[in-house]
Ligand binder design. Structure first.
Ligand code: HEM
Length: 467
């Protein structure tokens, strides 16, 4: 079980072979527990776990279109703005509850990581399924001294989110326990298997219900009359999209229910913990470095003057094109806290790397963390210096050694979405509040099993004067 050969690559020029655009690559498949995924049929749906090239190609084409579609990206930005209004309402209420005599909010302390976990979860459900989610509402209720009655909507939403979290654990379970025999027949492991399987069945039924309902809602609506640009709507209407037809006038075939289910499930795995951790670590590093914070605020204020309300002034074009320092901060944080820290591929046919012959079936791991923190590729590699991304003065190009989103054929399909989400949150936050760490000497608590995730970040927010 633990006897397979692993080859670790810590040199950007060797890793390039894994991140190629060539469809002839021998490194197409991710090295993940094949048995567990096969059992669930996940090896031939979606894209992240998919091992079937033709099926992956079809899904990837649709997702490339969906997640770079300007209307969808603007949808993400607007959803962040709306959820920010909601989260501020909860912060305000909790603050009044704690300081009943004071009418004005002076400053308040929150565990940013816990709030962001709910924020990004609600955002993911909102944008992927077009449904309003209530995990922030549930957390607010949990923190309230005078507990309010939990509505059926909150209870339903919590059940759904809990089921997703169990699904992420299911994946980790399958990864660390690849043997079908052990998973099914050896107690107590087999009990976990039963629990995970029943959760998976429940989730499948819920998705089926949601997809069917939406299909009916949009069946007779022409594409240009759709008023919502979430991911589910886009996936359900791909057969009508002109751009996807290319030179071929034939309509692309519709996605079936299990294909949509596969894609949406993996979005939850790929797009929540990564964004949440990146946002928290950015806030942590920016607060730790007052001169960086000052420059960031200056840039944000100059692009989005505080005399105008954020709902009007924050536009997609300005957000993506006019914030070079903010971009540099995102890159520098993702270099220091890489997610995922490694990128494992399974070799399809015998190949050669760095002069060595590697046998078919071996696992080749790009140690992205090691490359991101190596002194041969970065000056003062462990220090937080966003300015390094504003200079072009490097012997090795940035795209060769900054591997945050992987690269080539299987590079991250949600890269643009990630940038829109993270930058919108940063702009809203730093435009409105002066933020400090509660304890300057404390590190952001992070735990690494598969990911660098931030489990606690206590910050103090003082409102700035903003329209
Ligand atoms: C800060 C946020 C994110 C980071 C750091 C990140 C990082 C990555 C990395 C390193 C890979 C593997 C690339 C490779 O093997 O070359 C990947 C793949 C992927 N990511 Fe992301 N990701 C992020 C956000 C997202 C979001 C928001 C989504 C979805 C909306 C997403 C969906 C995916 C999918 C589906 C794949 C598999 C692509 C394929 O196999 O073809 N990611 N991501």
């Amino acid at each position: 079980m633990f006897s397979e050969r692993n080859i670790w690559l810590c040199n950007p020029s060797l890793v390039e072979k894994l991140f190629t655009n060539s469809t002839k690559t021998n490194f197409f498949c991710r090295a993940l527990s094949t048995n567990g995924f096969k059992e669930l049929g996940m090896h031939k749906v979606g894209i992240g776990f998919n091992r079937d090239f033709e099926s992956w190609k079809y899904n990837r084409r649709i997702l490339n279109y969906t997640l770079t579609n300007i209307k969808v990206l603007k949808g993400y930005m607007n959803a962040v703005k709306n959820l920010f209004v909601e989260i501020e309402g909860y912060w305000k209420d909790l603050n009044f509850e704690n300081n009943e005599e004071s009418k004005e909010i002076d400053e308040f302390v929150i565990d940013f990581s816990q709030w962001m976990r709910r924020f990004i979860t609600d955002l993911a459900l909102n944008m992927n399924l077009g449904d309003h989610a209530f995990s922030m509402a549930g957390y607010y209720n949990f923190l309230c001294k005078n507990k309010k009655q939990r509505t059926s909507e909150i209870i339903e939403s919590e059940k759904f989110i809990k089921s997703f979290v169990t699904w992420v654990k299911h994946i980790i379970f399958m990864t660390f326990c690849p043997s079908n025999f052990i998973r099914h027949y050896i107690p107590p492991i087999s009990f976990f298997q039963l629990r995970f399987q029943s959760n998976y069945n429940w989730l499948t039924n819920e998705f089926s219900r949601i997809i069917q309902k939406r299909k009916q809602e949009i069946e007779n609506v022409p594409l240009d009359k759709l008023d919502r640009y979430d991911v589910l709507n886009t996936l359900l209407t791909v057969n009508k999209v002109q751009e996807l037809k290319g030179n071929n006038e034939m309509a692309i075939r519709s996605m079936n229910e299990s294909e949509i289910f596969g894609v949406l499930l993996e979005f939850f795995v790929a797009g929540v913990e990564t964004i949440l951790s990146l946002t928290c670590f950015i806030v942590y590093y920016v607060c730790k470095h007052p001169s960086v914070k000052q420059k960031l605020i200056q840039e944000i204020d100059s692009v989005f003057p505080t005399t105008l309300p954020s709902s009007d002034i924050i536009t997609y074009e300005k957000l993506m094109n006019n914030l070079p320092y903010c971009d540099a901060i995102v890159k520098e944080t993702s270099r220091l806290k890489t997610n995922p820290p490694i990128n494992p591929r399974e070799l399809y046919e015998q190949d050669e790397i760095g002069g060595y012959t590697i046998p078919k079936g071996a696992t080749v791991i790009a140690s992205v963390d090691a490359i991101h923190l190596h002194k041969d590729y970065w000056e003062k590699p462990t220090e937080f210096i966003p300015e390094r991304f504003l200079s072009n003065d490097y012997p090795l190009s940035m795209s060769q050694k900054l591997l945050t989103f992987g690269g080539g054929l299987r590079g991250c399909v949600g890269k643009q979405v990630a940038m829109v989400e993270v930058k919108t949150i940063l702009v809203l936050l730093f435009r409105k509040y002066d933020i400090e760490l509660v304890n300057e000497n404390m590190d952001a608590k992070d735990k690494t099993y598969l990911l660098n995730s931030c489990s606690q970040l206590m910050i103090r927010l003082k409102p700035r004067t903003v329209a």
